[in-house]
Design a protein around this ligand. Structure first.
Ligand SMILES: O=C(CO)[C@H](O)[C@H](O)COP(=O)(O)O
Length: 234
């Protein structure tokens, strides 16, 4: 992030973010993602705004809203629009066929709603996020607090071990006041089938499998940016 000397992974995130910001056009509604990669995109979009680009944006978290305001990006209420032109967000893992795990930063519910309203979803990552199969990263599952134990039991029935996320010696709360279970499944054989099973469990507000929502992934790798559009990288 800003201020500290930049590591090579931070450089990769920034390169990917700068490449993604080239897709931003005057007049668009932009979805702003959450996390350390999205931070670089927000900063670069702020520069565009200061040089005259007229966009409006929707933030995927309270933190992102604060960063956007600091950067001078005009924010709008998501309930005043029917569509988002472009969203730039990060991911915890992605496969070359554009399936993602998201939610490491806890913003998965708003991120999925924003992604669902978005015409063009550009994901930006460093080179550690590309995998052949999802599941190295525990899958974040956002649950309403009342259902936490029930959902944990249902996840166990499906073969997942869900650990309640904590923060500062207490339970972590999302921006919506929900809990997160970080679920270890081992490597996931069929993310689509798992997503459907999770969609049927009462009390789950959102899970971090993002399928059929991404247009392209821009991955920083050394000094380059690799582009994945549902096939081999370009
Ligand atoms: O899903 C997310 C937040 O809920 C982030 O996009 C994800 O955790 C990646 O973050 P980073 O860019 O910091 O690696």
């Amino acid at each position: 992030m800003a201020g500290a000397p930049q590591t090579s992974l931070e450089k990769e995130k920034e390169l990917a973010a700068l490449a993604a910001v080239k897709y931003v056009h005057d007049g668009q509604v932009i979805g702003l993602g959450t996390g350390s990669s999205a931070f670089y995109a927000i900063r670069a979009i702020g520069t565009l705004v200061r040089t005259g680009c007229r966009i409006r944006a929707v933030a995927t978290s309270v933190r992102t809203g604060e960063l956007a305001r600091e950067a001078g990006i005009p924010l709008i209420d998501i309930n005043t629009i029917d569509e988002i032109d472009l969203t730039i967000d990060g991911a915890d893992e992605f496969t070359p066929d554009l399936m993602l795990i998201k939610g490491g930063g806890g913003a998965l519910l708003r991120e999925k709603i924003v992604a669902s309203l978005t015409r063009e979803q550009v994901i930006i990552t460093d080179s550690t996020k590309r995998v052949d199969r999802l599941g190295h990263f525990p899958l974040p599952v956002e649950v309403i607090p009342f259902a936490a134990r029930y959902v944990q039991k249902e996840l166990a029935r499906l073969g997942g071990t869900g650990k309640l996320r904590s923060k500062d010696n207490g339970v972590y709360h999302t921006d919506q006041g929900n809990y997160i279970l970080d679920v270890d499944w081992g490597l996931i054989d069929n993310p689509r089938a798992l997503a459907e099973q999770l969609n049927r469990i009462e009390g789950i507000a959102c899970h971090g499998l993002f399928i059929d929502l991404t247009t392209r992934v821009l991955m920083g790798k050394g000094e380059r940016v690799m582009v994945f559009e549902g096939g081999p990288a370009k």
